[in-house]
Design a protein around this ligand. Structure first.
Ligand SMILES: Cc1cc2nc3c(=O)[nH]c(=O)nc-3n(C[C@H](O)[C@H](O)[C@H](O)COP(=O)(O)O)c2cc1C
Length: 307
């Protein structure tokens, strides 16, 4: 096995190993793939304003999501059909997430059932009811998945609350308008996501939409982000712009394809190590200490006279 030193290397290795059709299904984005590229590039335009001479000998990355303690603010997004990447599919992902002490999400198009995934042992798991909605219960999720279809609307967020007391996260919010609606319809949290740039091309990168959503949310509900997170520095940037945590998608599929459970464990460990280093070099000892003033974005660079 080649020595792997960063998350993106798994994509290259997965490309060599996977049937072309499977690789293309995992890797591609919609149409011109502008948003796919932008999800990464927008991160690279955000720069740091590090602080020095802070005692960073102890760094705490633990956090709490909807009442669940997790070891770090990095979780696993739902992605369909993981058995095309590795025979153990979602079960390997569940084991790796549990070992890392973080949460995973089971896609509504998973190749393992809720019961199978739960049988690997305890772990923090979100279950997707349909693209856009997730809850954190097991038994109910499969029931609800069979009830909802493409006519899903905001009213269904309310309806879901009549059949479960579990918190519902709404995924795919990228505007202030939808943030307002998510709050109005009782969402417990929001995931800023463009579904890995696989749906509408030419939507902005998720990291570029994050502040608009965070500003509108005003702390009334937690805001998470996914899309293009490949480095610990990306995680730090998302937290600095107000995210409560991030989810990763393709890195899980690619590392699963290359090395199964061990690959996914390694991805989580590398991101954890990189986030820890970024915090140390920025002068932050806990997630709370990561603030907006630790980064500079495109919008900060627009001269005041033009605003
Ligand atoms: C092959 C593939 C399948 C996916 N399937 C689902 C899915 O079933 N449900 C869903 O909400 N999101 C799905 N997603 C989107 C991911 O949950 C996540 O939003 C996205 O991959 C994050 O971006 P990243 O891959 O750049 O990390 C899928 C993504 C990929 C790459």
């Amino acid at each position: 096995m080649e020595l792997i030193t960063n998350v993106s290397e798994y994509e290259r290795l997965a490309k060599e190993r996977l049937p072309k059709m499977v690789y293309d299904y995992y890797a591609s984005g919609a149409e011109d793939q502008w948003t796919l590229k932008e999800n990464r590039e927008a991160f690279s335009r955000i720069l740091f304003r590090p602080r020095i001479l802070v005692d960073v000998s102890h760094i705490d990355m633990a956090t709490n999501v909807l009442g669940f303690n997790i070891s770090m603010p990095i979780m696993i997004a739902p992605s369909a059909m993981q058995k095309m990447a590795h025979p153990e599919g979602e079960l390997a992902t569940a084991r790796a997430a549990a070992a890392a002490g973080t949460a995973m999400t089971l896609s509504s198009w998973a190749t393992s059932s809720v019961e199978e995934v739960n049988s690997v042992g305890p772990g923090i798991r979100f279950f997707q009811l349909y693209v856009g909605f997730m809850t954190n219960d097991s038994g109910l999720a499969s029931y609800v998945a069979s009830q909802v279809d493409r006519s899903l609307s905001w009213k269904d967020v309310k309806w879901l609350q009549t059949i479960t007391s579990l918190p519902i996260l709404v995924k795919g919010v990228v505007t202030a308008e939808d943030t307002r609606l998510a709050i109005e319809y009782g969402a417990a949290g929001i995931i800023v996501s463009n579904h890995g740039a696989r749906q509408l091309d030419y939507v902005p990168a998720t990291i570029s939409c994050l502040e608009e959503v965070v500003r509108e949310a005003k702390g009334r509900l937690p805001v998470f982000l996914d899309g293009g997170v490949r480095r610990g520095t990306d995680v730090f940037k998302a937290l600095a712009l107000g995210a409560s945590g991030v989810f990763i998608g393709r890195p899980v599929l690619f590392s699963l394809a290359v090395d199964g459970e061990a690959g996914v464990r390694k991805v989580l460990q590398m991101l954890r190590d990189e986030l820890e280093l970024t915090m140390a070099l920025s002068g932050c000892t806990s997630l709370r200490e990561i603030t907006r003033s630790h980064v500079i974005t495109d919008s900060d660079r627009i001269p005041r006279s033009r605003l």
